[in-house]
Design a protein around this ligand. Structure first.
Ligand code: HEM
Length: 599
């Protein structure tokens, strides 16, 4: 508790009459009114005896005495002040009750088993905890700084709720991988109730058998509609087919914008292209770049990230849930709109479902619902809603993360033209200009791969994983950690840890290459934390990495990106579940060569 050690100076104006006479207590310095000669009183008698006077005592109003009051009485006295005039006996009684309550509360505090340590962490204010230090703008930076003082395992408070903060790659691996079962839960947070009608695979509190079965279904469905061979094209798989097609559309769109406007903000076009890839996999559908229905969902993801980010005060201080909040209103509207968009798709799929022609992920989930009804012996029976709802998670997770990654890539390309030139050279040398990049080119493009890794590390645009929660009492690095404790995993700290990286604030893709620059150093690349680790690790990691690679190489094979003369880009991240940079409308492109139509 703050100020626990310090006594508090209390000014008491004692009246002429004896003990038992009402006394007015003032916690503030004597006011002008109390210095008014009309309030002068004779020397007091009674139970409370003034302390010896100090230099400067004269400045107090005559008849007002200073007492040093122990901390535990402070809160009681502020209550006393609210009630106005009460007796000295009542004050003492209130203090005694307060002290007793305090001792009772302490005796209920978590007992630490013998031989284990209590979690270290900063002192916190009553009711609000460490909210003020944490701030809203950069909690990942504040918590990184705090971890230097308190260590890789520390506890803070947000409101009255304790939160465990994990830093350091080894500690995080220990918790999420080696003790994965203990740390795989999701906390029950207010804002998460609005995501996917509270049934989300990603954000709901499920972490038992039902969650396991759903996660498996999601992984299988994703795999079937991404890495499976493409039946009607020369692409190696469906994902390659979708991304190549969307990247080509994007190039055409950029060229058209350049022709018409001479400069543009690429973000809103990238987001539609990326959303089209996941739409193709989930719903077998693609949208035009100006489709208002899609835009109204994908363009509001900033507000989603703001509310769903780790440390949103309304998730921890219940009273804030009743105060008007613009971000929360947008968040609720967005989730409603998002859910009805997906529900409409699902309805359409039900009406045209044919078990012999599974077109996309939604069909495959519906197929699973029907199969499950026939399979009475199945261990876990999931409701149809819990099955079909999986598509909400895949669609939601699939566009914002990849769009954010690509938007950071574009920012770094124009900030470091010499790095862009090296990627161009590598593409020209390895792929040439006669054919389009393919997923199978990835191992042959180490510099490009190193650039992507450095974008993930340097931007750390997912500064924390989604919050976790302990599933049972456990121990980490000798500290006792109780069940149901909310856990923040600080990915930003790992990616900027001076113990792991030389000059972590410098953007330098070469840090991932061997001396000859011919290969990516696996040990280095595995230190980057972007997709979480262990049981809750992102299920779209491979798809996300492949998508980013193929969009980047297809765009850069044909285009050179720059920023208008005299303009600058601002790459300061804005805090959220996924951190964005400021939008920039001064992008320009140059076509590198005249293209033949795709083979
Ligand atoms: C660059 C792209 C991506 C990044 C950086 C990313 C990152 C993450 C992170 C950090 C988590 C939380 C891990 C944790 O809580 O410990 C996560 C979870 C998840 N991601 Fe991704 N992701 C990406 C792309 C995708 C894609 C393309 C999909 C699916 C199409 C996807 C689906 C999911 C799902 C379903 C979860 C929840 C897993 C669970 O709670 O069990 N992600 N992702």
């Amino acid at each position: 508790m703050l100020g626990q050690s310090g006594d508090m100076e209390v000014h008491i104006k004692l009246p002429e009459s004896g003990p038992g006479t009402p006394v007015r207590l003032s916690l503030a310095p004597p006011s002008a009114a109390s210095r008014d000669p009309r309030h002068l009183r004779a020397a007091p008698r009674g139970a409370l005896r003034p302390k010896k006077s100090h230099p400067g005592e004269q400045r107090r109003a005559p008849g007002t005495y200073r007492f040093l009051v122990p901390f535990k009485m402070k809160a009681a006295m502020s209550l006393v002040e609210c009630w106005g005039i009460i007796s000295v006996t009542e004050v003492l009684l209130a203090s005694a009750v307060f002290c007793l309550t305090f001792m009772v509360i302490r005796s209920f505090q978590q007992k630490i088993p013998k031989g284990l340590k209590r979690l270290p962490g900063p002192r916190s204010y009553p009711l609000i905890g460490n909210v003020l230090e944490l701030g809203r703008s950069n909690p990942h930076l504040t918590l990184t700084q705090m971890s230097q003082k308190y260590g890789d395992v520390m506890q803070i408070r947000i409101g009255t709720r304790p939160v465990l903060v994990l830093s350091g790659l080894d500690t995080i691996k220990q918790a999420l991988v080696k003790q994965g079962e203990d740390f795989m839960g999701r906390p029950d947070l207010y804002s998460f109730h609005y995501i996917g009608d509270g049934q989300s695979l990603t954000f709901s509190t499920d972490s038992g058998e039902v969650w396991r079965a759903r996660r498996k279904l999601a992984q299988n469905a994703l795999k079937a509609f991404s890495v499976s061979p493409s039946p009607n094209s020369s692409s190696t798989c469906l994902l390659e087919e979708h991304v190549s097609k969307e990247a080509e559309y994007l190039i055409k769109k950029f060229l058209q914008l350049m022709e018409e406007e001479k400069r543009f903000d690429p973000y809103q076009y990238v987001v539609v292209s990326v959303a089209n890839v996941i739409c193709a996999m989930c719903f077998g559908k693609r949208y035009r770049h100006n489709d208002q229905e899609l835009l109204s969902i994908v363009n509001l993801s900033n507000e989603f990230g703001e509310v769903a980010a780790s440390g949103n005060p309304a998730d921890f201080i219940p009273v804030l849930q009743y105060l008007p909040s613009r971000a929360m209103k947008i968040f609720k509207d967005l989730n409603k709109r998002f859910n009805s968009f997906v529900q409409k798709m699902v309805k359409e799929h039900y009406s045209s479902f044919d078990k012999d022609n599974i077109r996309d992920i939604t069909d495959s989930l519906i197929g699973h619902c029907q199969q499950k009804k026939a399979d009475e012996s199945a261990n876990i029976q999931l409701s149809d809603q819990k099955i079909v709802n999986i598509v909400n998670d895949l669609f939601g997770a699939g566009f914002d993360t990849v769009t954010t990654a690509l938007s950071w890539i574009l920012m770094y390309l124009v900030t470091y033209p010499e790095i862009q030139k090296k990627i161009h050279d590598e593409l020209d040398k390895t792929i040439g200009r006669e054919r389009r990049p393919r997923l199978s080119d990835r191992p042959m493009l180490p510099y490009t791969e190193a650039f992507i890794l450095e974008m993930f590390r340097h931007s750390s645009f997912l500064p924390f994983t989604i919050p976790h929660c302990t599933t049972k009492d456990t121990v980490l690095n000798g500290y006792f950690i109780p069940k149901d404790l909310c856990v923040f995993v600080n990915q930003w700290q790992v990616n900027h840890d001076e113990k792991l990286w030389k000059d972590p604030s410098i953007f330098n893709p070469e840090r991932f290459l061997n001396c000859e620059g011919t290969e990516v150093n696996r040990t280095e690349s595995e230190k980057v934390m972007t997709f979480g680790l262990g049981k809750r690790k992102c299920i779209g990691e491979s798809i996300g990495r492949w998508e980013v690679f193929l969009f980047l190489t297809t765009l850069l094979q044909q285009l050179e990106f720059s920023i208008c003369d005299g303009e600058e880009v601002d790459i300061t991240p804005q805090y959220g579940l996924t951190m964005k940079h400021k939008r920039c409308e001064h992008f320009q492109i140059k076509q590198r060569f005249q293209v033949k139509s795709p083979e």
